[in-house]
Design a protein around this ligand. Structure first.
Ligand code: FES
Ligand SMILES: [Fe+2]
Length: 312
């Protein structure tokens, strides 16, 4: 049901980040803890709107929020008997998207379906993949398994930037020294670019940094500073060009949960230092010099990234 065609050219111009839709990536929709059984959460997302709820087995469902009958916002609806019921005329939809019930008893039109995004629940976040099928696995934290760490997820709310621009921070090794004042950081020799992800490893006598970009909207890292391990994930979902909804995750090895506030303070500091620049940047792929080679590789990866325009 998704369209990547010229039919939607006006929508493309107005809504997409690349001119042909949004990147085929895993995007955070809401905190998993906020999606309680029976809850229905609506979010502006990728130039349209989605609704998140849990089916009878507790599995998260993310679907287009506009009812195919008259376009009511399904986030005003209710979960009734394991289906999402529209607030307006009570058409009910299955987790797979099919309309299963119309109270009048009229024949259900075959096109009465909601677009259902592939979903995942990981790191305290409900994720949706922008496509009919996922091209790669949901984001990971380098060197960490969910069961082996203590973690917390946070929703930061709306930010005035494109997620793929913010994620370039992850391979902008110069700005760690200049903006964040971390003089001991070094740069990896190579980036490990694979379909849907970029990884790198930096190890020095002073620190360890294993970083990973998943898609174009999630940067995660394992840091070891002063012998202590910590894990951070920065992610976001585009709402429209230059508007996104941000989330972050922090983690420490099991048994070290009392260090989480200190990791959170570091993340808040990094965010606060980046925010004035990212809030106001008019991004261009400008005059890159030799030390920008990893950034240049990242921008090429972004330019070549496949896109998909979800049903509007
Ligand atoms: S608009 Fe949803 S049932 Fe009528
Ligand atoms: Fe930064």
């Amino acid at each position: 049901m998704g369209v990547v065609s010229s039919k939607n050219s006006l929508a493309k111009e107005q809504l997409s980040e690349t001119g042909a839709g949004f990147h085929r990536s895993w995007y955070p929709v809401c905190l998993a803890a906020a999606l309680e059984p029976q809850a229905v959460i609506g979010r502006d997302f990728l130039g349209t709107r989605v609704v998140a709820w849990r089916d009878a087995s507790g599995t998260p469902v993310v679907q287009t929020a506009w009812c195919p009958h008259l376009g009511a916002d399904l986030s005003l609806g209710k979960v009734v008997e394991g289906r999402l019921r529209c607030p307006y005329h009570h058409w009910s939809f299955e987790s797979g998207g099919a309309c299963a019930h119309i109270p009048t008893g009229d024949k259900i039109p075959s096109a009465a379906r909601l677009f259902s995004y592939p979903t995942a629940e990981a790191w305290g976040i409900v994720w949706a993949f922008n496509g009919e099928r996922p091209d790669f696995a949901p984001p990971i934290l380098p060197d960490a398994e969910e069961g082996a760490v203590e973690f917390q997820a946070f929703e930061r709310g709306e930010r005035p930037w494109d997620t793929w621009v913010a994620v370039s921070n992850g391979v902008d090794f110069q700005h760690l020294r200049t903006l964040h004042g971390m003089p001991l950081t070094t740069m990896p020799e190579e980036l490990d670019v694979e379909p849907g992800a970029i990884g790198f490893k930096v190890e020095s006598p002073h620190h360890l940094q294993h970083g990973r970009i998943t898609g174009t909207n999630t940067f995660a890292q394992h840091l070891r500073l002063g012998g202590m391990d910590m894990f951070q994930m920065f992610t976001g979902a585009p709402i429209a060009p230059r508007r996104s909804n941000g989330f972050f995750v922090i983690a420490v090895p099991k048994g070290q949960g009392k260090r989480l506030p200190e990791v959170r303070a570091m993340v808040e500091r990094l965010n606060e230092e980046d925010a004035p620049v990212l809030n106001t940047i008019r991004f261009r792929r400008g005059l890159l010099t030799a030390s920008d080679r990893h950034l240049a590789r990242y921008f090429k990866y972004v330019e070549e990234f496949p896109t998909f325009l979800p049903p509007l």
